[in-house]
Design a protein around this ligand. Sequence first.
Ligand SMILES: Nc1ncnc2c1ncn2[C@@H]1O[C@H](COP(=O)(O)OP(=O)(O)OP(=O)(O)O)[C@@H](O)[C@H]1O
Ligand SMILES: Nc1ncnc2c1ncn2[C@@H]1O[C@H](COP(=O)(O)OP(=O)(O)OP(=O)(O)O)[C@@H](O)[C@H]1O
Length: 524
Amino acid sequence: MKQEQRRPLLLIENFSFDYESLDQPIINRIQFSLNKNETTILMGSSGSGKSSLALCLNGLYPDAVEGVSSGEIYYRGKNIRDFKKGELNQEIGIVFQDPESQFCMITIEDELAFTLENIKTPPSEMARRISEVLKLVGMDGLQNRKIHELSGGQKQKIALASVLLLEPNMLILDEPTANLDPVSSLEFIQLIKCVQEKHQLAVLIIEHQADDWLDIVDRVLVMGRSGELIADGNVNSIFMEKKTLLEQEGVFLPKRFSNTADSFRNFNHRILPSEDVILTVKDMSFYRKKQIILNEINLDIRSGEFIAIIGENGAGKSTLLQLMAGLLTPFKGNIYFFDKPMEHWDQKELRKRMGYVFQNPEHQFITDTVLEELTFGLKLNGYSEKKINSTATKLMREFHLEKHRFSNPFSLSGGQKRRLSVATMVDETPDILFFDEPTFGQDARTTREFMNMIERLRESGTTIVFVTHDMDIVDITNRAIVLHKQNIVYNGEPEKLWQQEKILKKARLRLPYRIRNNHEEGAV
Ligand SMILES: Nc1ncnc2c1ncn2[C@@H]1O[C@H](COP(=O)(O)OP(=O)(O)OP(=O)(O)O)[C@@H](O)[C@H]1O
Ligand SMILES: Nc1ncnc2c1ncn2[C@@H]1O[C@H](COP(=O)(O)OP(=O)(O)OP(=O)(O)O)[C@@H](O)[C@H]1O
């Protein structure tokens, strides 16, 4: 533990918080302090209130939401209620779970300049500061790019850059590596370590999977489902002594503390794909604004396969997924679904036979309640009310959304949104399901249940295609497809991919934990 901790930077005393729309407090009489020069990780099951707490800590809540708080929070000894509007945001920088919600300008440069203007940086210094911070987050030279045209991982890096410009004393990062490729994720953690050490920051990281953070974390806090703080201590004391409690709460134990880290390995190997090709990508190229994204791609997908599309941030994974699902049209070449060119399919029929889960769940929501979201597709397909109700009830139970039946989808927690977006696509059994990073933001229990559901879908004949950055999940698929520089650079069994050091390196991938653990030396 680092020294220099006289008065806590942030002191939280008997603090509770309720959303007016919910019948019980989300945060329940919690008490802790955060210190200068200390890195803390906050864990807890999905929906336990971690993001809500983060927003209370930097003073955005309860004012910005229909909610009520009690108890006190002090920053450097001063009650946060007594800070002027906007003052605390400079002291406590927060990178939101959904970085998109953080941006107000069109280009990267304008976004960062806007932040600098807010803190009254002289215009003559702006270009230098922007260039420096972009270099720091690995986005050098991309000043003029439009933010909405960035990949998910690139957006996350810009959100961090924007907060770093404020030079805060405390940094709150809500699932900051969720959309980063494996190597960017490790680099990001190192970046946080450097920034933390250089400025002696207090850092609070909200994460479901603590593994890669362990070396820089001083302290672990865990929120329970009842909104109480159920654990507060150092890494060893929490993950060794409170194992059972954490498992009961559905919190991921870091793999080095867990006996079940390999549990996914038993999945899927007994379900063998058939030889029947259901989808073919033929000589397909795709451009965005004259820039080539995918070049002459050829690919067959067989019925019953479980496929992972992987590669570095911005490699074109989501683009390929959307092309295969008929949501984008190739610039050149063709895509055939059951031997019929995509453009000849009737859209309604196609949507019935294919499901697509977007990287950002919010892009999928079209109604005002969870229940309506779940029944929307079923109604379109003309099912009886009885069938619609029973399917919606089953899905809400399976995805732990019963309590939120009448909640607005946009007010759900990150993990709940992700579960809802998946649930709306599995109301029937389509021929093929495309998932863009379906497991990010999930706790251990919901990830396990999700993977069980994937197995059931495969048993009933659905082909599954994932975009993922989770190499332990890639490890249990039938086939890994690696994208790099507009091309497929690997297309085959994951087991053989793990031996291709050069490909792993250039595509910024890592080995799965089981292999890293077997030969720690030289592991990627
Ligand atoms: N604006 C809101 N209005 C009403 N309820 C909300 C709102 N935001 C969050 N909630 C509810 O509060 C609870 C806690 O949400 P929060 O986002 O804080 O959880 P979390 O621990 O960060 O979850 P996750 O790990 O899934 O991101 C959830 O049940 C959620 O549905
Ligand atoms: N709407 C858009 N307009 C222009 N360019 C875009 C648009 N969406 C994505 N791009 C660019 O296309 C490239 C591929 O993006 P894509 O989202 O397919 O990458 P990805 O491999 O899924 O990345 P990530 O892992 O970060 O989600 C990136 O360079 C991205 O900046």
